[in-house]
Design a protein around this ligand. Structure first.
Ligand SMILES: [Zn+2]
Length: 150
């Protein structure tokens, strides 16, 4: 689902092309400056049910892109992998997982502590259990807000 691309049109700054792989799925028009209550992102697809190609109007560009993809049979609401967290092999609080580039499966570190020195002597394993560490919960909340503000 990550290969859905929404790119601004070269010539029309209010228009976005929605592409998937080599296929052009449709276009989104940014009508947010008009402040319409129906949703400012207008989605258009050649496979829309309506003859005029309008898929609908959406509150976000992402929702509009997902709706366009759906007219092509691409379901962007596919379930994501369960969130992976981590916990010390000795037990205790469940932490967020630090994303590591080129990580080995064995490189598991809690997100709330940075600096490798603080991890020495403690091994962590991944878990799908819910976060219980207050630091990691606060960071998760912060990221959620940052995402929705974007
Ligand atoms: Zn933590």
């Amino acid at each position: 689902m990550s290969d859905l691309r929404v790119t601004p049109d070269e010539y029309n700054h209010a228009k976005y092309d929605v592409e998937h792989g080599d296929d052009h799925l449709g276009v989104i028009f940014d009508e947010t400056p008009a402040g319409l209550s129906r949703g400012g992102w207008a989605a258009w697809s050649p496979k829309a049910k309506r003859r005029d190609g309008i898929v609908g109007f959406f509150a976000t560009k992402e929702d509009a892109a997902a709706a366009i993809a759906k007219t092509h049979g691409i379901d962007m609401a596919a379930p994501e992998e369960p969130q992976k967290n981590c916990v010390s092999i000795l037990g205790g609080k469940v932490h967020g997982l630090t994303p590591l580039l080129n990580a080995n499966e064995d490189d598991v570190f809690p997100r709330c502590r940075t600096g490798a020195s603080s991890h020495q002597g403690t091994r962590y394993i991944t878990t799908t259990a819910a976060l219980t560490c207050s630091n990691c919960l606060a960071q998760e909340e912060y990221r959620r807000r940052a995402r929705s503000a974007a």
